[in-house]
Write a protein that binds this ligand. Sequence first.
Ligand SMILES: C[S@@+](CC[C@H](N)C(=O)[O-])C[C@H]1O[C@@H](n2cnc3c(N)ncnc32)[C@H](O)[C@@H]1O
Length: 224
Amino acid sequence: MLVRDELPVPATPVIVVTTRVWSTTVIRASVIRIRLGVVIPVVAVAIRGAADAELDVVVGGLGLGYTAQTALDDPRVHCLVVVEALEEVIGWHQRALLPDTAELASDPRVRLQRGDFFAMADSNVGFDPEEPGRRFHAILLDVNHTPRHVLHPSHRAFYTPAGLRKLVGHLLPGGVFALWSDDPPDPDFEAILAEVFDRSEASVVRFPNPLTGGYSTNTVYVAS
Ligand SMILES: C[S@@+](CC[C@H](N)C(=O)[O-])C[C@H]1O[C@@H](n2cnc3c(N)ncnc32)[C@H](O)[C@@H]1O
């Protein structure tokens, strides 16, 4: 399936999206990466909750919307705040320009919240300005390439013990933090997670890559 048009992308120091029409192959590769990557943390959350638990979830980084859409596939997710830095990206969804995730913005469980995920994580208000201090069952982050390769230097502080302790303040007791990374498991970051959280693990997700004809791997960190 093709994105219909060239999508409007602003001049910004955060280089996050291609400005050209994506090919079917690229779109499919993206779907595979994100769907595989996010199923793991969402399932982790579901296992911890009661069968009829209602989960409040944050997704950091809207992009094409696959992470958010995959979270919504779990019926226990009854409220999803998607934090996105760029108004234009939110606009793509509000105008239903992305065929695979065209329903996302109109889902009554979803709020598309413009903001800087890392500034919100570092604040006392948190991820829901309408309910300052609100805590969540799960926070799923897919913004930077890896904890080391960040889109902007201001993101680095988040991946330190102090930064992650601030994030824990926005989780409910037993809540889960999950992070997608394009690199193999990073022992230094695993040590930081182990310092801040009771439990943490890095899972390597291997998937066929239609762009290379071979296989690729990503890492998903899950901590609670
Ligand atoms: C890799 S894409 C996310 C892909 C997404 N998981 C999906 O399913 O398509 C990264 C997104 O994060 C957004 N972003 C970058 N920096 C951000 C920040 N500091 N706070 C919130 N969103 C940010 C970008 O604008 C972009 O939409």
